[in-house]
Design a protein around this ligand. Sequence first.
Ligand code: ADP
Length: 724
Amino acid sequence: MTAQKELERASAGRADELFRRHQHEIYCKTDVLFARLMLFQWVVGIVAALVVSPLTWSGQSSQIHIHVWAMIFLGGLITLFPVWLTRVWPGAVGTRYVIAVAQMLMSSLLISVSGGRIETHFHIFGSLVILSFYRDWRVLIPATIVVGLDHFLRGIYWPYSVYGVLSASPWRSIEHSAWVIFEDVFLVISCLRSITEMCSIANRTAALEASEQNFRQIFEEAPIGMAVVGLDERFRQANAAFCQMVDYSQEELITRTPLDITDPEDVAPHRQWAQEMLSSNGSNRVEKRYRRKGGEVVWSTRSGCIIRDGVGEPRHFLIMVEDISERKRAEAALREAKEEADRANCAKSEFLSRMSHELRTPLNAILGFGQLLEGESPTESQSDAISHILGAGRHLLELINEVLDISGIEAGRLQLSVEPVSVAEAIRQAVDLMRPLAVERAIEICLPLRIDDRLHVLADRQRLRQVLLNLLTNGMKYTRVGGMVRVSVDERNWEKIRLIVSDTGVGIPTEKFSRLFTPFDRLGAEYSNVQGTGLGLALCRRLMEAMKGCIAVESTPGRGSSFSIELPRAPLPIESLTVHEPAIMGRLSESVGPEKRTILCIEDNPSSLTLIRRILAKRPAIELLTTVQGSIGLELARQQRPDLILLDLHLPDLPGWEILAQLQACHETRSIPVIVISADATARQIDRLLSAGARAYLTKPIDVAEFSKVMGETLNSVKEGVAA
Ligand code: ADP
């Protein structure tokens, strides 16, 4: 049997029990009512008999009227027996039936004593109504039979006593009985209705009890802590799990408030959560700390909601509490372990980085003197030894550089200058550098027929070139002499641009893909004569991720591999200039004026340089000096004393902040305003450069309108300064 059916059966049984109990209560109460009524009407009957006809006369002599004796003895018999029954068998069916018969007999006696007065007949009707208080229509049957028989018999043999006349037609008795039955019909209907109502009340009460019992059981046996808290913030009820969690008994909790057992640090937030629950009309779930009786802290997740009454008024809070102390402890064993691991990782990267630096110095000597010896006409065997020294030295240098790069990235020291980079230019530069190797290995490099010059990606130019060089070098290293390396561009995606380097080399088996990009794993190439460190691809992946791009591979062993890198597409800086050009030029002319000005631009990004050139091209009064090297920029600044310096922070030889520091340190250049143009938009960097003396800081990609405005204002302020 399903749980639901069992519940329904139990509920039906309980409803039946409730109904019977209620019915028995009604029977007993009505028995008591009748006992009192009967005693009362007996006394009233005796008094009435004494008042109406105390004596009966026979000539001069009189004696007590028969009615008085009848009322005393017959009335007593009719009254006392049922009254006694109500004492010994209250609520019993026999008691009710005897009462019904006795009450009707009393009506007859009263009618008879009153000499058949029609008004006294109302006693019958009243009695029937009171009998219906039993809500047991069956008691009306003996009552009606007694009334009917009485009227018939007395109507025939003693009509005076029932109708107050000496002779009465039998139809009169029939009519009297008919009126009694007429009343009975409505009383029966009323009894049946009452029974139906009592049944439904019993059913509802049983269902309510069952659901309450169910809730109580769930509440008591729930594996999580549950408690009911009044609006006065006192505990009303708490289940066993909650008591166990906080180590207080139910009785102890009822004299406390949740605040009494809340950790002092969570008291203020607790008040706020309770307020939030009341005002937001809903529930909330928070993490809070309770204090056990012994003072130990219990971490918990506490969900709470408001219980409302039928009209929506808040009655109390229901809270459900789950002990998460174990989890919290585990999270803390974990956090520490992670911090420890991070510390160890940082220490490792730091160590590698320092080691690599230290190794570079002796390597400088090895490579330097090796090359010197190479030029001093060594013998054949010496030359062979020197080429070994140089080969090993270069390999070591490559290894050191890559270790330095990877450890730098892992230690969080990678500084990127992410800006729009021309795809065509990046490919061209990388391929140009690879041509000598391609010639040496007789490998053909295939480029797309035409790469759209307007295609730009968001990347660090130098790092992008490094990735491309790595992929091209691998393509050539792992391709047989006479093979082919192809570079292609996929620009179909509107958000990203993909650059693909594919080769016709040995390929990589699919099962080794998962090992690619793992530092020092050369997938078996260490047993071949191909030189390598196993760090190139690992570095490429880290660089690509740092530039918000990705790297992927496809390969067929024996046929070749294809490495693709994907980077976000960048808007073409020059395009925004074309749109705003007339307005910008106007603004620049207004603010700068016609006199001759010199601007020095220290910038290594060709796109940015082109843009700046375009902006200034229509201002013949402005002479633009450009350089991609920081050291040359410093020299030009000293010699030419330009009116303004535009400074990129990410330059091949010197970092921008150092150039700024040197400009500020030199009395000849200190007064020249410097506008920094950088891809680094972090507040820390901006503050650093502005407090180091930069006049303004603009972020890449350059907003042409803002750039023109700031440049115009700066040049203008220089003019005013000179005039003053
Ligand atoms: P390595 O210095 O060994 O070239 P990489 O990290 O660049 O290190 O590459 C890891 C390994 O992946 C290489 O050792 C080689 O086995 C394999 N690999 C990389 N590129 C190619 C390619 N184009 N064709 C075949 N194998 C490649």
